[in-house]
Design a protein around this ligand. Sequence first.
Ligand SMILES: Nc1ncnc2c1ncn2[C@@H]1O[C@H](COP(=O)(O)OP(=O)(O)OP(=O)(O)O)[C@@H](O)[C@H]1O
Length: 578
Amino acid sequence: MLFLLTLPDGRRVPLEKPVVSIGSDPACDIVLPDAGVKASHALLFRDEQGWTISAAGKGCDVRVRGKRVDSAPVTPGDVFVVGRATLTLGGAQEARSSSEPAFGTAPSSRLVAVLTGFASRLLAQRPSVELLEATMRGLAEVTGADVGFLVSVEGGQRQVLCATGPVPDAAVADSLVDQVVASGTPVRVEDVAADAALAGAPSVVALRLVSALVLPLRAGAAPLHAVYLGRRVGSPPFSSVHLEEAMALSSLAALLLATSEELTELRARVDNLTQRISAATFEGLIGESHAMRALYRQVERLAPTSLHVLIQGETGTGKEEVARALHRRSGRRGRLVAINCAALPESLIERELFGHARGAFSGAGADRAGLVEAADGGTLFLDEIGDMPFALQSRLLRVVQEREVTRLGESRPRKVDMRVISATHQPLKERVAQGSFREDLLYRLDEVRVDVPPLRERGDDVLLIAHHVLKQEGRRARGFTQKATEALRGHPFPGNVRELVSRVRRAAILASGELIGFEDLELESDGAPLVPLDEARDAFVQRYVREAIARSGGSKKDAARALGIGLRSVFRYLGEED
Ligand SMILES: Nc1ncnc2c1ncn2[C@@H]1O[C@H](COP(=O)(O)OP(=O)(O)OP(=O)(O)O)[C@@H](O)[C@H]1O
């Protein structure tokens, strides 16, 4: 895009530089011989907010829309007056007309090198202090400044954020800084000795300067910062090219600052999540949703009783963790002994559970106690109880009912004091109806039931668990981008917490920056198991609402408007309280 400036004589001059000097002096970019135009009268400059026309000093008459201004924004089509010369800022052009001469200098190789360094720092997402220091060093290097510092200006408070060397306090409270902060316009003082007022400025005196450049720097909504660059006695003065290069670089620096502020925000979010995680952890289970809080209360209530517990829940929801929590809170002095009934063949389950006498089968070289005996005084955890072979179910029933076990090859029963916790993802009632699970055993094991909710019904617990896993991994990545966060919230996670844990672990290993992106998570939908229609409808509505929020840039209000529902309904569908 190219902008044009129409001069009083009708010539249209392309504006190719970020800072254009206007005056009657032949050294200016736009030379106006009109009466009333001073040697160096005005500066027309561009930053990320657009173009601004600014008077170069006292007594330099600049008018925009008839009003005298020190500095004012101008947009294409605006007419403004410098001295008595009327100028018009032209609309953007796609290409420069070949008949119109171009002016401006090609960026120096020094500038390119510093810009490249900036870009790589941006990509590497370095901590903000390091970024700011690199910014100042880059600006000083490009402009050949002997002194450089960045001042933050917030509510009248000034603070040097970073500097290339020591900066006396006087310099920070300087009138030059005041002027730039007040006007948002850059100032170049070519020769301070030529201006009596400036020659006595605290910064000039304290830093022994002969020439100075002071530029505004605004990072998004953040307060204005001022970049101060100075050359000491013995160095040549700053030229207008230095001002242009510094302006170009400071626009990038502003971007850098905005990014580093985003990172600071991210770190604050991570700290907040870390605190939430520790408050939302119960016996190794993480979650602060209603569903999980209800589960914690149930575990607390049931743990000290001797009732046998059947834990039900989809695969990967944390059933084993719940069993361990029940045991730890039971006060039982014995161990928790676990066996996965789906992982072993029938004959092995039998030997493992009940133990055997020497010679009970070929290879049984010695007497051996089984897991039931090992659980004496503690808890026997039967994982995937739905896969317990039918032939062993009656034997298990006797153990649970009589509280005694007989080793294979023996006839003498041994007393055991154990509590049985079983877990399954299968609907055992259906297995009973099919005749593959004993009803009497089910009643014994199911003295009390604990249902572990699927992850998709736990709201933002998904984020707490994801951050916890990330922290545990201890790699570079410390958080998730907004898009990744919304994707985590919206993904159905058919594999529940186990799936979430493995996806985040993999992403943490593969991610190169401080943030895990949407792509790193590879959340394409996989073949979810079929669920009852009502459940599927609820899950869809919740997912759709989350998607709407993501597509509304995270705003629940905008999402509600787009969906044609009230804000309260949005909270209800998300399972959150408003
Ligand atoms: N609420 C939770 N917070 C943090 N980690 C959890 C939570 N729930 C489960 N996990 C982790 O998820 C993984 C799977 O949990 P677990 O083995 O207890 O699930 P499960 O329901 O027993 O699975 P399966 O049905 O396959 O036996 C484990 O690494 C566990 O530590």
